[in-house]
Design a binder for this molecule. Structure first.
Ligand code: BT5
Length: 304
């Protein structure tokens, strides 16, 4: 959101402020103030204008300006009612040279998981992709996926949903999948050019495949606006410091200590998941000793 517009909202959020006073405070003309107020009303903000000036009465439930207002993380928000895929849109923005954008959609018509699998994204869910250009080597990228899983889990818990992480980046409630993460990047040998971290969080349960769950099944009401804000803020706070991210990931992991079967491109690994190592490698104790798994689909097994 435009900085002046954000400042207008902040000024009128707690008390009524007159047009001339706003103009002086923000160093813009009175006509400019009026234009910002009109634009905000068009974006769904309910602004009263009484004898004592303008006052913010209501914030829209969801959408770009609603998420941007009060967001304490350095992302511009680009919102769409419907998109094929927020990751595809964020990749396009990356090739146009953009950075620090969160693309958010109410619905995706061509959402994607890993290995080009389909990701169901009915209206009313949380489908978003964060585009950034961290100053890290490409080998650090998996850490950002772990950070996203941590951010989703902590935000869900803050909203009363008892979520945990299944390696590498599924967020579960019980054994059902609440959220998935798809990270895509482009990089040179020593430095990432851009990273798109795509996060899909189910809200309602209608239209989801078997084995999936939504936030609404576990808590009374979900304010998607507040959820997305907390999520982006936590993701930004975690950053790319591997030690901090891995420590938080361990705290929320459901996989460590469990018997697992991990399907990898070179075959299945069965054993007990023991540890996670930089940048996101799972160490599994098998009958033949420890095996390090870098990528794959993990299934939690019943204890032997
Ligand atoms: C993932 O893949 O879990 C990554 C999902 C990432 C989705 C986000 S939404 C915003 C952004 N834009 C995109 O286009 N994508 C990202 P994977 O681990 O491969 O899991 C995919 C599998 O999960 C599918 O094969 C289904 O079995 C299952 N699945 C599909 N839709 C689901 C849903 N909504 N909830 C839970 N499971 C689902």
């Amino acid at each position: 959101m435009n900085e002046t517009r954000r400042a207008v909202l902040a000024a009128i959020a707690d008390e009524a402020v007159s047009g001339p006073a706003l103009a002086t405070r923000l160093g813009v003309s009175r006509a400019a103030v009026w234009k910002h107020i009109e634009a905000l009303r068009e974006a769904g903000f309910s602004i009263e204008s009484g004898g004592d000036g303008y006052r913010l009465v209501e914030i829209p439930d969801y959408g770009g300006p609603a998420i941007a207002f009060g967001l304490d993380a350095p992302f511009d928000v680009e919102y769409h009612d419907s998109l094929p895929s927020t990751n595809a849109r964020a990749r396009d923005l990356a090739t146009e040279g953009e950075t620090d954008v969160a693309v958010v959609a109410d619905e995706q018509t061509g959402g994607r998981g890993r290995l080009d699998r389909a990701w169901h994204s009915p209206p009313g869910g949380i489908w978003l992709s964060a585009l950034c250009r961290p100053d890290v080597p490409p080998a650090h990228a998996p850490t950002m996926t772990l950070a996203a899983a941590v951010a989703v889990t902590e935000t869900a818990r803050e909203h009363g949903v008892d979520a945990g992480i299944k390696w590498p980046n599924d967020v579960l409630v019980g054994e059902e999948k609440l959220a998935g993460i798809l990270t895509e990047m482009e990089g040179e040998a020593d430095r990432v050019a851009w990273v798109v971290v795509g996060i899909g969080i189910n809200v309602h349960e209608e239209g989801l495949p078997d084995g999936a769950t939504g936030l609404c099944a576990h808590t009374e009401e979900i304010d998607r606006r507040a959820f997305v804000q907390t999520l982006l803020e936590r993701f930004d706070e975690l950053g790319t410091d591997p030690e901090e991210v891995l420590a938080a990931w361990r705290d929320h992991a459901l996989t460590l200590g469990r018997r697992v079967r991990v399907e990898t491109s070179t075959g299945d690994v069965v054993g007990t998941a023991r540890e996670i190592e930089f940048p996101g490698t799972l160490v599994v104790t098998t009958d033949d000793g420890p095996v390090r798994v870098h990528a794959g689909d993990c299934e939690h097994l019943r204890p032997a």
